[in-house]
Structures are given as structure tokens and as C-alpha cells.
Design a protein around this ligand. Structure first.
Ligand SMILES: [Zn+2]
Length: 169
């Protein structure tokens, strides 16, 4: 199991220098400690959680996203609703598992599913030349896209360095 802080530090409640530094410089927050502890606890009962890899925790206005390696989402969901409830009760909002993929389009598709991505284009916004992904959805999928562009951008930026907006046609 890989967590955003050392497992031993989380289990013993005694952060080593490296973990303390991460907390101090804002790379992780108290959420990482709370979530890590719950996962360690749950892994005692659900052994398959011992192979998961939690890469990053992203907190937005609407939810807390746990970025895990490919294949881990299924395992976390298998741990059941007691585990899920404990997570969301602790963080105080909805918890969503997302899998890390290199391909940004695939990543977006995972987040907006079941809505279907028709097309993605990279745009550069003047005057800064900042990069952004423009996503095209079908008009008929309008009600299926639950995530706002703002939320999408908040999740994407720490991972890819740029955000996205979308339109329906
Ligand atoms: Zn540590």
C-alpha cells in the first residue's frame, strides 16, 4: 500500500521529518492524515486494500477526490459502503475515487461518464497563452454531465497543469 504519507507514520501517529515537511509546505493536508488512517484501518479487514496506491488527494468545493493508480478504484469500491461512509463522514463531503491516467482525454472521460466526450481540442488563451482543453459533448448528454467546468479545472490543474471548459452541440 502506498499512501500520501508513510504508512508507519500514520499508524503510529508520529510523523517523521519527511512527512512533517510535506504537511508544512502544503503538499498534503490534515485530510491526507485522516483518509490514510481510515484506509489503513479498513485494510485490516479488506486485505486487497493493501495493494492500492493513493497518489494524491484533491479537495474542491463539492467533493474530495482520491487519485489512485489504475485498477484501484474497483478495489476501493469493493471495500463497501461502511468504508465509503466512514470516508465521507470524516472528510465532511462526498468522496470520489479517480484513477490516474497519462492521457488527459481518458481522464476526463472517466470523470464525466456516462456522458460521452465527442471531441477535445487544446486551446491557448490570450494574452497569457495558458493552455486549456475544450471538450465537446452532445446536446443530448447535457443532463448527464454533473461536473462543472470549474470543478473539472480544480481537479485537472494539480495533475496536468491546465484546466478545461466544455460546450454542448
Ligand atoms: Zn513519514
Amino acid at each position: 500500500m502506498k499512501l500520501t504519507l508513510d504508512r508507519i507514520c500514520l499508524s503510529t501517529n508520529d510523523l517523521c521529518l519527511r512527512c512533517s515537511k510535506k504537511l508544512k509546505n502544503g503538499e498534503v493536508t490534515k485530510l491526507d492524515i485522516e483518509v490514510g488512517k481510515i484506509i489503513i484501518q479498513a485494510a485490516k479487514q479488506h486485505k486487497f486494500l493493501n495493494s492500492i496506491s493513493l497518489e494524491k488527494i484533491i479537495s474542491t468545493k463539492n467533493a474530495v477526490y482520491l487519485l489512485v493508480k489504475q485498477g484501484d478504484k474497483e478495489k476501493l469500491e469493493q471495500a463497501g459502503y461502511v468504508f465509503m461512509n466512514m470516508l465521507s463522514d470524516t472528510v465532511g463531503t462526498e468522496v470520489v475515487f479517480i484513477e490516474k491516467v497519462k492521457n488527459v482525454r481518458k481522464f476526463i472521460e472517466g470523470l464525466v461518464s456516462p456522458a460521452e466526450v465527442v471531441n477535445t481540442t487544446t486551446v491557448f488563451i490570450p494574452p497569457s497563452g495558458d493552455k486549456e482543453i475544450k471538450i465537446q459533448f452532445r446536446e443530448s448528454d447535457r443532463n448527464k454531465v454533473k461536473i462543472s467546468a470549474e470543478e473539472l479545472t480544480a481537479i485537472m490543474t494539480p495533475l496536468y497543469g491546465y484546466g478545461a471548459h466544455y460546450f454542448f452541440s
